[in-house]
Design a protein around this ligand. Structure first.
Ligand code: PAN
Ligand code: ZN
Length: 190
């Protein structure tokens, strides 16, 4: 029997994934304008701007029971109006499935929301480990000047439900006030 080389490389400093079964996707402003509260700023921004990227190692097809996915999210620094760049956010389609997030670099906030709309905000930075329980929606917000890089591991049959977030949003938003990240109430757009 021979000793095999790793099929996939994972850079512990950058979260970069390379090799077999790795794919990268970009989320551009044009696709997610509606998540930001300042509609005018969102509509007038360049739709080609990449707000975040997700690299993913998928050894098994989406939906496989008992499998795992491993990913790196890179939320670029920037703002739409006074609101920091963030991910769309989602519940898992299979609501009971949990996920690990861990901070690799940059600084930001992880917003969590229960199904009855209770929200909490957690600092996300290098070395932070966050267990996101089932039935909890999650969204990453980059409040720093550099990329916010966050690793994640979730079940391959978790699925993503973006619809509930699109309808009701998170009840808390992260905006810049006096140069500092500040939580304000309100899911509605301006
Ligand atoms: C992450 C997210 C990633 C992008 O891999 O999918 O951060 O965020 P959105 O999916 O909300 O656009 C994860 O939580 N997977 O389950
Ligand atoms: Zn998730």
């Amino acid at each position: 029997m021979e000793i095999l080389a790793p099929e996939t490389a994972y850079d512990l400093c950058t979260g970069r994934l390379d090799g077999e079964n790795v794919s990268y996707g970009k989320k551009r402003l044009a696709e997610i304008r509606s998540i930001f509260r300042d509609r005018h700023a969102a509509d007038s921004g360049d739709g080609d701007t990449v707000v975040y990227e997700v690299g993913m190692h998928a050894e098994v097809p989406e939906g496989t029971c008992g499998g795992l996915f491993f990913g790196t999210s890179i939320i670029h620094p920037g703002m739409v109006g006074d609101e920091y760049y963030m991910t769309k956010g989602h519940f898992h389609a299979r609501r009971e499935t949990a996920e690990y997030y861990f901070g690799i670099s940059g600084s930001g906030i992880l917003l969590l929301m229960s199904e009855d709309g209770k929200c909490s905000a957690h600092r996300m930075e290098k070395g932070a480990l966050c267990y996101i329980g089932g039935h909890i929606a999650h969204r990453l917000v980059n409040t720093g000047d550099d990329d916010l890089v966050v690793g994640a591991c979730w079940l391959s049959d978790a699925g993503h439900d973006y619809g509930s977030i699109a309808e009701s949003g998170f009840p808390v938003r992260v905006v810049c006030r006096d140069g500092k990240p500040t939580l304000i109430p309100g899911a509605d757009a301006l």
